[in-house]
Design a protein around this ligand. Sequence first.
Ligand code: HEM
Length: 506
Amino acid sequence: MAVALVAASIVLFLLALKLYRRLRYRLPPGPRPWPVVGNLYDIAPVRFRCFAEWARTYGPIMSVWFGSTLNVVVSNSELAKEVLKDKDQQLADRHRSRSAAKFSRDGKDLIWADYGPHYVKVRKVCTLELFSPKRLEALRPIREDEVTAMVESIFRDCAEPGKSVVVKSYLAAVAFNNITRLAFGKRFVNSEGVMDEQGLEFKAIVANGLKLGASLAMAEHIPWLRWMFPLEEEAFAKHGARRDRLTKSIMDEHTAARSRAGGAAQQHFVDALLTLREQYDLSDDTIIGLLWDMITAGMDTTAISVEWAMAELVRHPRVQAKAQEELDRVVGSDRVMTESDFPALPYLQCVAKEALRLHPPTPLMLPHKAAADVKVGGYDVPRGSNLHVNVWAVARDPVVWKDPLEFRPERFLEEDVDMKGHDFRLLPFGAGRRVCPGAQLGINLVQSMLGHLLHHFNWTPPEGVKPEDIDMSENPGLVTFMRTPLQAVPTPRLPAHLYKRVAADV
Ligand code: HEM
């Protein structure tokens, strides 16, 4: 009897809540939500494709319910502009899941901070200090070291003609070494590919973080189910302490090195943050949070972008040959490409841009959260709702793109479209207050990896596979890896002495 009463009151409460919302707000249309779970179980695993499909029925602004949380999804460039420019300030908060809240110590970092004085301060540190053109330039030798190391290891592995390689494994190594060197000043892997103790600890912490995050996902959106999936306070505390221990030991090494060098700081992010600590009043939690933000946001995104670009280049030998012709003309065959060659390689830049258009690594960006009741597209978006911009759908919208599904880098020679947040048709890095602070670094790395891969090798599908048979579907997740990692056959095309790593001691 008591159980029936409780059940009846819950149902009544939910119905009343629904009625209240319907009367108070004019919400965007969307698929009918089920009681309690909302649309959670109707969403296909590859979310951005599912949302794009639903947008055909419900229009470019939609309500999707994750349990009892309203998620508004926008899918065209006009609405993207409204969210990321016109109403940007009210829509620049972040929803923190329970695990994100724990990892970020309630938003003491950048990625998970709500928009407010802390965010503005930390963002300033990023824009003026960490990602300043001067620092990007000072860290360039690291990037060039890592891309040449990649070329050397592919060359070593393709000694047997016709042998295919899993492209992602090389890209992931560049991304990993690059980001750990940039952030921590550490190459955890030696030239034989052996990882040191700190590196193993680093990897274990990343893996444990992923495991802890996944353990809570089930009950994230259904608050009253959470008792079934309690937050493992102890496990999170242990994880945090382990991460702090490793990061602090690296911070101490840098402080000691700086005092040995008479106060002269190196260019790595850890040095920058330690020397700016007083000027910006940065706590240990913020310094550690920022360093790990860069790892989280900057590692997979670049590797994913290049893997998709390479898949398109294997599928489109015409584009591959044209990019190689440009590289041969500009760089020639008695030296390797460097970042200073970029301005003379417009087609290579267009290839990178076209790949980011068709395959943005974060197709729904990172969700924003409304800090106040806001109107978007004439509908109400109540305070606390999450907003997703489907940048994947925007970049394939036939209303603003000619032949949107075609991989044709020339489109950007015909019309130069900005991709760093100024043109709302192309938003792989987002736009507005929360636009990716690492965009230029990401672009440099993607172009550099692509340039080296194409200058040094011809790429063909494995024997027996036709270009059109390459699986171009995505894995589910916040960042979208290819579902089937790309395999391709690299054939060297330059003199053998150009396949040596150019190591840099930075
Ligand atoms: C091709 C490479 C990359 C792509 C496509 C990319 C894309 C994005 C996107 C879409 C966002 C979310 C923007 C929003 O919420 O509105 C973002 C945020 C962010 N990205 Fe990137 N990113 C890339 C590389 C990097 C790199 C290399 C770093 C740093 C080393 C980085 C650091 C960050 C950080 C810290 C944020 C959070 C910004 C904030 O919340 O204010 N990203 N990125």
